[in-house]
Design a protein around this ligand. Structure first.
Ligand SMILES: C[S@@+](CC[C@H](N)C(=O)[O-])C[C@H]1O[C@@H](n2cnc3c(N)ncnc32)[C@H](O)[C@@H]1O
Length: 327
């Protein structure tokens, strides 16, 4: 397509085009590490306004919706393109409502991707109802391209041994597949219809990519993915079909300073697990069993015994617990 406007700055790319045409032109096969995207929901723009129940005066106009009748074909086209540009082992996170969820799931499968997690994002801004329950969640679909190693930083935000005030594992809580997150309030600032909270995208980017990786968003909108990716020092490529949204939002996105949000991140305290991922020898398996029996015989609680074994064997708590369960 001739005349596609593209802005490139600091190695990041923003293209004003349909995402399938734009990706075909600008992204090579297997070049992307992570796709994070939030396609139009196919439920009509007006309902989106109502759904978000807010002052619309700062919402940038020009949002392009997809008619229901075209939604399945549209979804098959962009998911196939996402699968093409992902490297083997690369991951895709797509936000979806429930109206077209079955079409998105079917298209991801047809594109040759495999499911990793089905995350529920629980938000506090559902529309008030009187004759039924209030809808208060979106789906975040985490899929991957087979054939390579998927990036997942286990301790991206919390060390495996970090505990909350009640003693529970912070790492476990952060990695549950229900995420409770509110929207961002941006009084007086330009926003896109349906703009995602930065905290949601940053969590995805932290766990599923590394600094320097290429992150792609096929449906740029207000650019929360760009903000998270560039802010956390990843490279970025994004596509937006609406000329009005592109003109209104891309100048500020292109000016983002790479890595500018890294200093705002919580610093996890990594657990000391030098043997994580190493296969157990038969002798070690027996020694863990014996050590556990001995410590319990000495009067230690289960937790204390496991903690000692973690230190002795250079393994995490989950690995020791799993080994003990196997007997
Ligand atoms: C749900 S919004 C994305 C919102 C974004 N995640 C944010 O936080 O601001 C979807 C965006 O995709 C754009 N869009 C619709 N069809 C498109 C297409 N074929 N290619 C690229 N962008 C498209 C819409 O104009 C809209 O801005």
């Amino acid at each position: 397509m001739v005349g596609m406007e593209a802005v490139s700055h600091n190695g990041n790319l923003f293209v004003n085009a349909d995402c399938v045409e734009g990706a075909r032109r600008f992204l090579a096969d297997g070049s992307v590490d992570l796709v994070v995207t939030d396609p139009p929901y196919g439920i009509g723009g007006d309902r989106l306004d109502r759904h978000y129940n807010r002052d619309e005066s700062h919402v940038v106009d020009g949002y392009v919706e997809i008619p229901r009748s075209e939604y399945a074909a549209f979804t098959r086209a962009w998911t196939a393109e996402a699968a093409r540009v992902l490297r083997p082992g690369g991951a895709l996170f797509a936000v979806s409502g429930y109206t077209h969820l079955y079409e998105v799931l079917g298209a991801l499968r047809a594109a040759g991707l495999v499911e990793v997690n089905h995350i529920v994002w629980k938000y506090p801004f559902g529309v008030w109802t009187t004759r039924k329950f209030v809808s208060s969640h979106y789906h975040v679909l985490y899929w991957a391209k087979p054939g390579g190693r998927r990036t997942f930083h286990l301790e991206a935000r919390y060390g495996a041994d970090e505990r909350g005030t009640g003693g529970g594992s912070l790492n476990y809580l952060d990695r549950e597949d229900v995420w409770v997150l509110g929207r961002e309030y941006k009084p007086g600032r330009a926003k896109n219809r349906n703009e995602l909270p930065l905290a949601l995208i940053e969590k995805i980017v932290q766990y599923a990519s590394s600094e320097g990786d290429l992150v792609c968003d096929l449906f740029l909108g207000g650019g929360s993915t760009a903000r998270a990716a560039i802010g956390l020092n990843r490279r970025f490529a994004g596509f937006e079909v609406s000329a009005r949204i592109f003109a209104a939002r891309v100048p500020e996105l292109a000016a983002l300073v790479p890595g500018e949000r890294l200093a705002t991140l919580r610093r996890p305290v990594p657990a000391h697990v030098p043997n994580r991922g190493r296969a157990w020898t038969g002798d070690e398996q027996a020694a863990v069993r014996d050590g556990y029996a001995r410590y319990r015989g000495d009067g230690l609680t289960r937790g204390e015994a496991v903690a000692r074994l973690c230190a002795e064997f250079g393994r995490g708590r989950f690995a020791i617990e799993k080994r003990l369960r196997k007997g």
